[in-house]
Design a protein around this ligand. Sequence first.
Ligand SMILES: *[C@@H]1O[C@H](CO)[C@@H](O)[C@H](O)[C@H]1NC(C)=O
Length: 445
Amino acid sequence: MDFPYIRAWVAAILGACLFSLVATHPGGGQSEGEIDFAPRAGLRHHPRPFPLGPDEPRPSYYLYVWCSPDDAAAPDFVATFAATSLRDGQPPIYLGRTVIPTRGNEAHHVSVSRDGRILFAGGLLSFRHDQDSNFFFDLRNPARPRYLRSSRPRNSVATDAAYSLANGGFLVTMMGGRDSGGGGRVVEYDAQLNLVGEYPRRAHDVPAGFHPHGLAVDEAHNLMITSDYVDPHSTLHPTAGVLTGNTVRVWDFAARRITHTLVVNATVQGVMDVALVGTTHDCPGCVIASSASDGRLYLVDPLRGHTQVAFDSGITGAGFHVIMTNRRRDRLWVTAALTGAIYMLDVSDPYNVRFLSVLRMGATATPHFITLSPDEATLVVSDYFVDQHDFGVVRCPGDKVVHFVALGTSSMEVISAMDLDFRTLFPDLGVVNPHGMALVPTSIE
Ligand SMILES: *[C@@H]1O[C@H](CO)[C@@H](O)[C@H](O)[C@H]1NC(C)=O
């Protein structure tokens, strides 16, 4: 199967992000694999000892934020916070950071194992430094994550989304091949965190333009859907233009095999994410797919082989990025990174998606990664996408703030008193870029 992908000039898809360049900060840095939970002078938020004081309420959640400092000499790390509530106006308490042995990975998405014991974190650009891209942390003491190990797939680079498997392992989308122009893979880790597969297994089964970013699994119907976003190599200098995808792949989940490919819309340049939706319509494996280029969301009905526009924001450059749904899959939130907005939609009927609300976060905001609180009352948003500084074409630094958004039935409101500003949170490191986030309820301990 050969599906062409579109060679798009970067200005077309990333134009609105080319703003507010942020200065790098010298100094900082820590030794390898260290857990840094010690108070230090000058921190606006001192790391707090754990357990918290006897007068303080027990936290309900831990929040993990996977971060890359702008300072090229400082290792990447997971920052841990504790919160009693995610919408009471009190910023979560900073507990400390867990650093990894390497730097410059471009902290990307994260996932927690179903038993809450392992945090997976991916490095989008680890391949630039010829280093491991996939990182595992032990959450058995959830207040102090411990770095466990790293891994590097053999045939694929540029880690994106991860799905935690029932057996304790993870499936991970790797957007690129080892070399420019090659296809990526979906890789699998078992419960012991061993790399057990890179799919498709055989190179000649990798379809043209296979650059998987989004990942959705409908286990009940043995379906997996991945979406093709961009060849990561083509975003780095020197580039002859960014190679974007307009396809989704439908997989036999159990066999880890691509069964067919659907073009979302031939005009689309980059399908970042997919999420299962629908409660009222018999629609196995139906996903909403986010288009980075035309301000639209698309419905993909994999078994009927059908795609259609599900929602049109009317803003071509909206840049739809990451999608979250509630457990019932009747409500959807999606970041419109390039216009600093978040949309909330009713997706109970995938063939009749209804607009509920839009939240505009400001001219320089780049809301990208989002996660929903377990009680589905708060959305946690990281306002940062990717900043390739002088080595690539993606310049989307955002405001570097983690926001808490209170959700109503048809409203969204930023609780600004809870903002965690990663530009100033770590004065010893300088500006830090927050990306993937995970919320773990303390009841899981
Ligand atoms: C694909 O996009 C084009 C251009 O915006 C539009 O005219 C067309 O209706 C879309 N097709 C589908 C099937 O969504």
